[in-house]
Design a protein around this ligand. Structure first.
Ligand code: NAD
Ligand code: UFG
Length: 335
């Protein structure tokens, strides 16, 4: 298939492009490089042997986005482009709604105009909120989001569902990611955080690289194995492979499916820290702080639907995730 990948030079998008190419698909990337660099295109080529077509285009710029549709006959779209920082979304909500909602609507309108009927959308476990029991199941539906970023994911899910109800020839798979970490085993692509990382593993990586003094562990009084927060970490390459299965599923079905992508296992902050210490061979300093507002104690996926519908099961374990993150961090430091 010829697939438009919005946000394809970003963290998850770049790994997905590598896996799409490996599965024989043709990839066209649209990204405005707000949170990524054009050099990622060369890295994708180095890994996969194929240089994807690239348009430096903002999805908010409908006129230029339309040119991409005029120049290419797409079979499908994987939509990653968006802003993703939870804290920032609280401070500048309109910017988040504009980019993540108005940008998405531009894209969906062009898909309609050019009859591109197959879509995979990047949603998040954040849409479950704190309303449900773990493991989170897709059939729970949408919970109460606690920040504008989460609300943009929830709204996109609703928009896609309504859009596909109105046109029964459309097909979409909405993937609810749990916590993607790690990097490609080549060490060439991975997550490059913008500013002070909010997420656990990018923060640990910067402590290991000497850019931060210690990890701040946000609370150790939760009702969990060691009191620290538990999450379902998934290797980004596993997540990328799930996208290949999801877009192939979308192309051979109609309607809308919501599917969790996680491992189904939860690890605490201290367990991740230990795994990272094993990967880098040194102790990582940390201090226990108060709980972070808005955090939940435990979050992990029910992965039955991904297995049943997509035949997808995550392969990498937490040690491999940390080892690959560490390799990428070492390469970044050398640049
Ligand atoms: P990322 O920031 O690395 O990638 C997003 C890409 O989109 C970037 O390259 C950025 O430059 C581009 N972009 C942003 N706004 C754009 C616009 N208006 N026009 C064109 N390009 C634009 O983020 P990621 O971690 O790869 O996340 C990809 C998607 O998955 C996002 O939608 C994110 O919300 C979602 N998601 C991520 C996580 C996570 O933990 N990383 C979890 C759940 C969902
Ligand atoms: N944590 C720390 N110290 C840090 C960062 C995080 O102790 O410096 C802890 C958190 O308290 C939490 C765990 O590590 O217990 C994971 O936190 P992250 O910030 O890495 O991830 P979250 O689960 O809070 O949120 C992430 C994304 C959201 C997404 C959600 C579910 O940031 O956008 O996963 O997919 F919605």
């Amino acid at each position: 298939m010829k697939i438009l990948v919005t946000g394809g030079t970003g963290y998850i998008g770049s790994h997905t492009c590598v896996e799409l190419i490996a599965s024989g698909h043709e990839v066209v990337i649209v990204d405005n490089l707000y949170n990524s660099s054009a050099d990622v295109i060369n890295k994708i080529e180095k890994i996969s042997g194929v240089k994807p077509a690239f348009y430096q285009t903002d999805i908010l710029d409908k006129e230029n986005l339309e040119k991409v549709f005029q120049e290419n006959k797409f079979d499908a779209v994987i939509h990653f482009a968006g802003y993703k920082a939870v804290g920032e979304s609280v401070a500048i909500p309109l910017t988040y709604y504009e980019n993540n909602i108005a940008g998405s609507i531009n894209l969906y309108q062009l898909m309609k105009k050019y009859q591109v009927r197959n879509l995979v959308f990047s949603s998040s476990a954040t849409v479950y909120g704190d309303d449900f029991e773990v493991p989170f199941k897709e059939e729970y539906g949408l919970g109460t989001t606690t920040n504008p970023y989460g609300t943009t994911k929830k709204m996109n899910e609703m928009i896609i569902t309504d859009m596909n109800k109105a046109d029964e020839n459309n097909s979409a798979v909405i993937l609810r990611y749990f916590n993607p970490i790690g990097a490609h085993e080549s060490g060439l692509i991975g997550e490059v955080p913008n500013g002070i990382p909010n997420n656990l593993v990018p923060y640990i990586a910067q402590v290991v690289a000497g850019q931060r003094d210690f990890l701040r562990v946000w609370g150790n009084d939760y009702d969990t194995v060691d009191g620290t927060g538990v999450r379902d970490y998934i290797h980004v390459v596993d997540l990328a492979k799930a996208h290949v299965k999801a877009i192939e599923y979308a192309a051979s079905h109609k309607g809308t499916e919501v599917i969790n992508v996680g491992t189904g296992k939860g690890y605490s902050v201290m367990q991740v820290l230990k795994a990272y210490e094993k990967a880098c061979g040194k102790q990582i300093p940390y201090k226990v702080m108060d709980r972070r507002p808005g955090d939940i104690a435990v979050c992990y996926a029910d992965t039955t639907k991904a297995e049943k519908l997509l035949g997808f099961k995550a392969q990498y374990d937490i040690d491999e995730m940390c080892a690959d993150s560490y390799r990428f961090t070492c390469n970044l430091a050398k640049q």
